[in-house]
Design a protein around this ligand. Structure first.
Ligand code: FAD
Ligand code: NAP
Length: 537
């Protein structure tokens, strides 16, 4: 294999949390790095998802970078769960503070990447017509960045305004005096609905699947708490790394079946008062593996819905009937259920009476028609594999990633895929990714990749590639772990069920973040076990 001078050592795809840290890290390690980003600035998810109410559902002192002590000490979060504008300013501050923007080409999508076996490098082509060569590609293209356009008859002919939550206009939207329809009641719809309801003349929510919505009891951070967090950051971050979900929560060791109904109720009430993802972590240890435990939690939330929503028919419609609680990503919001008590909000069941057409300003369902001035689509993403599959990536023997993954994603540790040397994925398919606190998962992956690149350089190695055998075992292991849980009982985007024709595969590793991290470290400490390493010529 010949070594030819490349334009870059590393091309990074994307400039969200992952791409920004990748640029910082690889530059610090002495690699020539460039990131391409479709958007006009940094931020990723927080650049695109500017819809009213957009907010993180992991507390900001966990949902943030840990790599710089100075950054942690100087940045003050105002709320426990920060809103999109604050998270975007934080990421912009990070870009300024660490001078990242000169290494990022904005407004540029990576369209294709082809591995040249003779040269041992990648040729990357972009939407701006650039072609560059690079030794490594690190995809930081995200898990939730490929927006899904729903297949609704006549959608393009709607003559009012159409807004996607995941591509919200920068200047915001004024819904005052408007008849607004929202389609989609996942996490994005659930956060947007209460805010839009406060402005719109009338809001109609078109619901196909009811979700279990958990309160976070969001509140401003008190000064003493901010001081406590800042003085304990080292411990907090370490606890995140040692945890099952990338957040330093205490977890329950109580199985629902081992306690009386009265004790269950007390445990659930306590977990409910802390709210957020702690409701799951701190109630029952078997909540996501035992149907009886899950039913207990579901009944608890159902009774909460009935206690808030005044109209019993609406309360019933808002109560999920088709999936165990927690097996679809539970939306988190404090005002969602009460919003349906407002006189200007109505809920429409499009599972019973699906949308049949949109024409002009009229949306018709199988039952009746609705006149709307604006339509908000909170209809989700082609998640996990979508962003990578949207790029024409060709590995050894001109193999297309799209073809290789046509029956389901295959990866080793979610970091690499066989046949595609020197291509790394940050929070790739079959890694803990979206079921861990993402900045923790991202830093762990970028650090691992940084160590790997340094190892290759130190040992004069030209390529690294996952072996088919290690990959096949990892694919089976991730599927086995998922089968041991209740997750496969739901039709969720974790399984690709929201995308017509997508193979049904649980795309996330459920074996726990800290176990996974240990496994990655072991693999590296054994000279990158399961990978093929080739010497430079
Ligand atoms: P992203 O932020 O998605 O960034 C990827 C970037 O890559 C995007 O800017 C995109 O434009 C760019 N890109 C993609 N393809 C190309 C291409 N071909 N060429 C050039 N650029 C490309 N996770 C949590 O852990 N906690 C939360 O509270 C949380 N809240 C969320 C709220 C919302 C509204 C959404 C949508 C997701 C949330 N997530 C949350 C998950 C979220 O994906 C991660 O937290 C995190 O933002 C991922 O960062 P990333 O850099 O990996 O990906
Ligand atoms: P989502 O969870 O996939 O929800 C999409 C919604 O649109 C669902 O209610 C879906 O119904 C509906 N839908 C899709 N296509 C439709 C169609 N053709 N007709 C009618 N309804 C349709 O997407 P999301 O809400 O954007 O959330 C995606 C993920 O992003 C979340 O799960 C979470 O991980 C992350 N996120 C996090 C936060 C946060 O709180 N921090 C906020 C937003 C997003 P079905 O369920 O019936 O398919």
């Amino acid at each position: 294999m010949a070594t030819t001078p490349n334009d870059y050592d590393v091309i990074v795809i994307g400039a969200g949390f992952a791409g920004m840290y990748a640029v910082y890290k690889f530059r610090a390690l002495g690699f020539r790095v460039l990131a391409y980003e479709k958007g006009d600035d940094v931020g990723g998810v927080w650049y695109w998802n500017r819809y009213p109410g957009a907010r993180c559902d992991c507390e900001s002192y966990y949902y943030s970078y840990s790599f710089s002590k100075e950054l942690q000490d100087e940045w003050d979060w105002s709320l426990h769960y920060s809103e999109q504008p604050e998270i975007l300013s934080y990421l912009s501050h990070v870009a300024d503070r660490f001078a990242l923007r000169p290494h990022i080409q904005f407004g540029t999508a990576v369209q294709s990447a082809t591995f040249d076996e003779a040269a041992g490098n990648w040729k990357v082509r972009t939407s701006c017509g650039d072609t560059v060569t690079t030794r490594f590609i690190v995809s930081a293209a995200g898990c939730l960045s490929e927006v899904q356009k729903p297949d609704i008859p006549g959608l393009d002919s709607f003559s009012g305004d159409v807004f996607y939550t995941a591509a919200w206009p920068k200047g915001g939207v004024d819904f005052m005096g408007k008849r607004v329809g929202v389609i989609g009641t996942g996490a994005s719809g659930v956060q947007a609905i209460p805010r839009i309801a406060k402005q719109a003349q009338h809001l109609t929510v078109f619901q196909r699947t009811a979700n279990w919505v958990i309160p976070v009891w969001n509140a401003p951070m008190k000064t003493e708490f901010v001081e406590w967090v800042k003085s304990h950051y080292d411990q907090i971050r370490q606890n995140c790394l040692n945890s099952g979900g990338g957040v330093p929560f205490e977890v329950s060791h109580t199985r629902a079946r081992d306690v009386t109904p009265e004790e269950r109720q007390k445990i659930l009430e306590k977990a409910w008062t802390v709210g957020g993802t702690r409701f799951f972590a701190q109630s029952f240890s078997d909540l996501l593996s035992d149907q009886e435990a899950n039913d207990a939690a579901a009944q608890f939330v159902a009774s909460y819905i009935r206690s808030i929503v005044k109209d019993p028919e609406t309360a019933k419609l808002l109560t999920p009937i088709d999936h165990p609680i927690g097996t679809k990503r539970p939306p988190m919001d404090d005002d969602y259920y009460a919003t349906f008590n407002r006189p200007n909000v109505s809920l429409v069941d499009i599972r019973r009476a699906p949308i049949t057409s949109i024409e002009g300003r009229t949306l018709r369902t199988a039952e009746r028609s609705y006149e709307l001035d604006a339509l908000v689509l909170a209809t989700g993403f082609d998640a996990i594999t979508g962003p990578l599959m949207a790029i024409d990536i060709r590995g050894k023997g001109d193999m297309r990633l799209k073809d290789k993954w046509s029956a389901g994603a295959k990866s080793y540790l979610g970091l690499c895929t066989a046949g595609f040397p020197n291509l790394f994925m940050v929070t790739g398919p079959l890694s803990p990714s979206v079921l861990a606190n993402m900045p923790t998962a991202i830093e762990q992956h970028v650090d691992w990749i940084g160590d790997c690149l340094t190892y290759l350089r130190a040992h004069n190695l030209q390529t690294i590639e996952a072996s088919e055998d290690a990959e096949a075992k990892w694919v089976v292991h991730t599927a086995d772990v998922a089968q041991g849980t209740l997750y496969p009982k739901a039709n969720s985007w974790y399984l690709g069920s929201n995308i017509p024709g997508k193979p049904r595969q649980f795309g996330v590793y459920l074996g726990g973040f800290s176990n996974y991290r240990e496994r990655c470290n072991d693999v590296a400490s054994r000279g990158y076990e399961g990978f093929r390493l080739e010497l430079a010529a």
